[in-house]
Design a protein around this ligand. Structure first.
Ligand code: ADP
Length: 280
C-alpha cells in the first residue's frame, strides 16, 4: 500500500516511486517526463475544437500525455470529457486543431495519407466497443484481414497461440453473427494483436459485454501486456475495467486532471468522486 492507501504491487513499486504523482496534477506533468520506459505513444498540448465562436466545443483543451511501452493504461472520465477524441487524435484517426501526437518517435502530422494508412494498419491495433468485425468474413478471416489486404504475412505460430489463449480455436470458421458478443470481441482482440502492433487502442472494449465476458477480455488484455509486452491504451468509464490497467489517467472537460498507478476499482471510484467534488 502506498501513502494514499492505493495498492502497489511489488513489480510496480519502482515505477511508482518515480511517479510519486500528486493526487491531481497539472496536465503538463502527467506521464510526460522522467520516464524509465520508451513511450509507445505520446501527445503534447493537444487541442481539438469543434465549431467556432460561441458554439465552440473544446473536446481537448491542451492534453499532454504519454502511454508507456509494455504497459496497460486506462483513460477514464465522464461522458463528453474527450476520451474518444484523445484516442482518435493519438491513433491518427482524426487531426487535432493544434498540438502534436507521436506513435513511437513518429509525428503523426508529418505522415502523408499513405504513411498514415500504413501506420494504422501495421503499427496500431484497434478494439472497438461494437467489435467492428466484417460480417461476411469468418472469424479467422477477420483476424488475418490486415495481412490479406497486403500487410505483413501472418505468423502462424502466434496465430495459434492467440486463438488458444482467447478460447476461440473452435470458432474460427464461424461468421460474426454466429458468435456471442464475448466471442466477437475475443476475435477482435486476436485481430488487434496478430501483427504485434506497437500499441493497441481499445475504446470501451467491454461496453457491450456482460460482466463474465468483460472479465475474459480484460484478463486477456492484461495478460497480453504482462506476458507478451504489448502496449495498450484503453478508454473506459468503468472503474472495474480500469482496475485491470497498470495506470489510469483521468480526463475531465478536455483536460488531464490526474493519474493513478496500480489502481483498484475502489481507488478509481474514490478518485472520480474527488474529481467530481472539485468540479474537475
Ligand atoms: P468521451 O469519449 O469522453 O465521451 P468525446 O471525445 O466523444 O468524449 O467528446 C468530447 C466533446 O466533444 C463532447 O462535448 C462531444 O459532444 C464533442 N464532440 C465530439 N465529437 C464531435 C463532433 N464531431 N462535432 C462536434 N462536437 C463533438
Amino acid at each position: 500500500m502506498n501513502d494514499r492507501g492505493d495498492r502497489v504491487t511489488e513489480p510496480d513499486a519502482a515505477r511508482h516511486s518515480r511517479a510519486a504523482a500528486p493526487d491531481s496534477v497539472d496536465a503538463a506533468t502527467v506521464g510526460s517526463s522522467n520516464s524509465a520506459r520508451a513511450s509507445a505513444a505520446h501527445a503534447t498540448d493537444l487541442v481539438k475544437t469543434y465549431g467556432i465562436g460561441n458554439v465552440a466545443v473544446h473536446a481537448l483543451d491542451g492534453v499532454t500525455v504519454e502511454f508507456e511501452r509494455g504497459r496497460f493504461t486506462a483513460v477514464m472520465g465522464p461522458s463528453g470529457s474527450g476520451k474518444s477524441t484523445l484516442m482518435h487524435c493519438m491513433a491518427g484517426l482524426d487531426a487535432p486543431t493544434s498540438g502534436r501526437s507521436f506513435v513511437g518517435e513518429d509525428d503523426i502530422a508529418r505522415l502523408d495519407d499513405a504513411a498514415l494508412t500504413k501506420l494504422r494498419r501495421e503499427r496500431i491495433g484497434f478494439i472497438f466497443q461494437s467489435f467492428n468485425l466484417v460480417p461476411t468474413l469468418t472469424a479467422a478471416e477477420n483476424i488475418t484481414l490486415a495481412s490479406d489486404l497486403g500487410g505483413p504475412p501472418v505468423d502462424q505460430t502466434w496465430f495459434t497461440v492467440l486463438v488458444g489463449q482467447l478460447g476461440i480455436a473452435d470458432r474460427l470458421s464461424h461468421r460474426p453473427r454466429e458468435l456471442s458478443g464475448g466471442e466477437q470481441q475475443r476475435v477482435a482482440c486476436a485481430r488487434a494483436l496478430i501483427g504485434r502492433p506497437e500499441l493497441i487502442f481499445a475504446d470501451e472494449p467491454t461496453g457491450n459485454l456482460d460482466s463474465a465476458a468483460s472479465g475474459e477480455v480484460l484478463e486477456f488484455l492484461r495478460g497480453a501486456v504482462r506476458e507478451h509486452g504489448q502496449s495498450i491504451a484503453m478508454v473506459t468509464h468503468d472503474a472495474r475495467a480500469a482496475a485491470y490497467a497498470d495506470r489510469v489517467v483521468f480526463l475531465a472537460d478536455g483536460k488531464l486532471v490526474g493519474e493513478l498507478y496500480s489502481p483498484t476499482a475502489d481507488a478509481v471510484l474514490e478518485r472520480i468522486k474527488r474529481l467530481g467534488a472539485t468540479g474537475a
